[in-house]
Design a protein around this ligand. Structure first.
Ligand code: FAD
Ligand code: NAP
Length: 563
């Protein structure tokens, strides 16, 4: 049994509050669960600390009605174990939240990972000690843990955005947030419901709430592009077919810009006639899913190409939504894909229902939430229930919420005051032996995130193993490598339309947050290649150093052999 675990058990009995591990990981979603598996395989003692009282991360917290993935389930799942891939049967093209949570619980049980996961434990601070090359991690349980390596699997979308609507605390009815939905079933039958927000979470919840509610008011600030999900049950034959070449599917993902199993287009939208374009979009619309954005290669590169694709979706909205005024309000004006696109399962149709009203916050902004309901510049509507689907402090929120201090006590929050800066979205200069999973500066949220998570954890584990094998105490990004990566990242972003609207990718959804486009837009294949090259060239861009002192009871290389 790994030494850290033994220590924890002993400490629990004696109510002692400290322990030493090779690695401390924060977060028990896909990232933390796979970290526990991978680090144990390396023979390292690791503990995964999770604030919630259950594992699952995103799929633990986001239990709102209609929550499901929008990357096909056969892809939005782990690939590290073919046995797992072969034995698990997804029931639908896009699995629901309960099914994904069940899957993650199955993974944890199958590989006996729960013994390395400590629930109900929030990491409050972490500081790096230059004399010992150790991280000291403090939790809300009063524990102090030490480890040479510290991995943040804290999630890109795990910290709800602060509520920035005046009076929200005054509401006397039931108030829910999609991002922290209660475990018990919430019945909206016969109730007057208001939903604020029209991003992915709201789009999934609205059609389902509308079926039950007496009335539903949807408060929209920015209209959202959604293409049909075309969800369907996965029949045995389909499962069999995909499973017969799972390796092939995973390889195709590695060759795709978003890490999904879709062919990469080679044609420009501008080199075909408008009729041919419309016919291609129609085909993609019928297929459903993000394939729409792969109709042509330049939809996020050329404004003209993007305009035509955007107009196609607007024409579909006009066809689906019967009231032309409502259709117009629902028609987005920003470039398609500039904000994250959504998949539609009955969203636009919902606005044809008698009990549903769309409120356009562009023309009638919210003034306040009152005890009874929501007051806009136009009216005051009374509600029994309010649902806030207002999004997240994305990509950096969970990281800077912890007081993380690197060399010379510098706080990461301060270092990132003008926006996050990393090398590869994996590490940041001045914070030795600290690694991020899907950090800002990596393709992360622009990809099938499970694929990106596994890639990051494999890469980080290999890097740690390499450091330990060579007896290095620290692995640290050089400022030059970080700065070159940030320049490159900004340069490729500048060549796209991704940065051309107020998205959470840019931090623009959070008042006061620095505006830096956070994900890497160079594409998954190019990113994989870069990460491989870096590793192959002896972790180019990282400096490795031997510690002048021994730390903890053993050296790194001794610990690497396992305890
Ligand atoms: P998370 O699942 O976010 O887990 C992070 C965990 O860290 C959380 O449980 C949190 O409690 C914990 N934590 C954070 N800070 C601390 C702390 N200080 N101390 C202790 N614990 C802490 N991506 C896709 O690719 N496809 C999809 O279809 C898709 N659908 C999504 C649907 C929703 C509703 C949301 C919100 C996101 C979706 N995503 C999707 C993105 C999703 O977040 C990732 O795919 C993936 O689940 C992230 O896993 P993770 O383990 O990295 O982070
Ligand atoms: P989001 O995309 O950020 O949407 C938040 C919504 O709330 C936006 O419509 C936003 O309007 C609105 N809003 C925020 N503050 C407001 C305010 N003060 N007043 C009025 N409106 C306000 O958040 P999300 O829907 O939770 O999704 C976040 C991400 O999680 C997604 O982009 C996706 O990556 C992931 N996700 C995926 C799925 C899936 O289908 N699998 C489901 C849910 C989430 P503005 O646009 O004007 O800011």
């Amino acid at each position: 049994m790994p030494r850290g675990v033994l220590a924890r058990k002993k400490f629990k009995g004696k109510k002692m509050k400290s322990a030493h591990y090779n690695v401390v990981v924060v977060g028990a979603g896909f990232s933390g669960i796979y970290s526990a598996y991978r680090l144990r395989k390396l023979g390292l003692s690791a503990v995964v600390l999770e604030a919630a009282d259950g594992i699952g991360g995103t799929w633990y917290w986001n239990r709102y009605p209609g929550a499901r993935c929008d990357i096909p389930s056969m892809e939005y799942s782990f690939q590290f174990s073919d046995e797992l891939q072969q034995e698990w049967n997804w029931s639908e093209r896009y699995a629901t939240q309960p099914e994904i949570l069940k899957y993650l619980e199955h993974v944890a049980d199958k590989f006996d990972l729960r013994r390395d996961i400590q629930l109900n434990t929030r990491v409050e601070s972490a500081s790096y000690d230059e004399a010992t090359s150790l991280w000291t991690i403090k939790t809300n349980q009063g524990q102090t843990l030490t480890a040479p390596y510290f991995i943040l699997g804290t999630g890109s979308l795990s910290v709800p955005k602060d509520i920035d609507i005046p009076g929200a605390n005054n509401f006397a009815g039931r108030i829910f947030r999609t991002s922290t939905w209660p475990k018990e079933e919430i019945d909206f039958t016969g109730r007057r419901v208001g939903v604020i927000g029209t991003g992915s979470s709201a789009l999934q919840a609205i059609p389902i709430i509308a079926e039950k509610a007496k009335s539903l008011h949807v408060y929209q600030r920015t209209a959202t592009y959604a293409v049909p999900a075309n969800n369907y049950p996965l029949e045995e034959e389909t499962l069999k077919k995909i499973k017969s070449d799972y390796a092939g599917l995973r390889e195709r993902e590695r060759q795709n810009y978003f890490a999904v199993d879709l062919p990469s287009p080679t044609q420009s939208a501008l080199e075909v006639s408008p009729e041919e374009r419309a016919s291609r979009y129609e085909e993609k619309w019928q297929e459903g899913g993000f394939g729409f954005m792969f109709a042509y290669y330049d939809l996020v590169l050329s404004k003209e190409a993007n305009d035509a694709a955007s107009e196609f979706v607007r024409s579909k909205i006009r066809q689906i939504v019967k009231d032309p005024k409502v259709a117009e309000i629902l028609s987005p004006k920003q470039p398609i894909s500039c904000k994250r696109m959504c998949l539609d399962i009955g969203y636009y149709e919902t606005f044809n229902r008698e009990n549903v009203t769309l409120v356009d916050l562009q023309s009638t902004p919210i003034l306040e939430v009152t005890e009874q309901g929501v007051r806009t510049t136009a009216d005051h509507i009374q509600f029994d229930d309010l649902v806030l689907a207002t999004g997240f402090d994305a990509m950096t929120g969970a990281i800077v919420k912890m007081d993380i201090r690197g060399r010379e006590g510098v706080a990461l929050k301060e270092k990132w005051g003008n926006g996050p800066s990393t090398y590869l979205g994996i590490a940041t200069a001045g914070f030795p032996n600290l690694f991020m999973v899907n950090g800002p500066g990596s393709p992360s949220v622009l990809t099938n995130m499970v694929a990106s998570i596994e890639h990051h954890i494999d890469w980080i584990s290999d890097c740690i193993a390499s450091a330990m094998k060579t007896g290095s105490a620290t692995v640290e990004v050089t400022p030059a490598a970080e700065s070159a990566w940030m320049d490159h990242s900004a340069m490729v972003t500048g060549a796209t339309l991704f940065h051309s609207c107020n998205s959470w990718y840019l931090g623009a959804n959070v008042p006061g947050k620095a505006r830096v486009f956070m994900p890497y837009v160079g594409g998954y294949p190019a990113y994989l290649q870069k990460c491989s090259e870096v590793a192959r060239n002896g972790y180019e861009g990282f400096s490795f150093s031997l510690s002048p002192k021994k730390f903890g009871p053993k050296t790194n290389s001794e610990m690497f052999t396992g305890v």
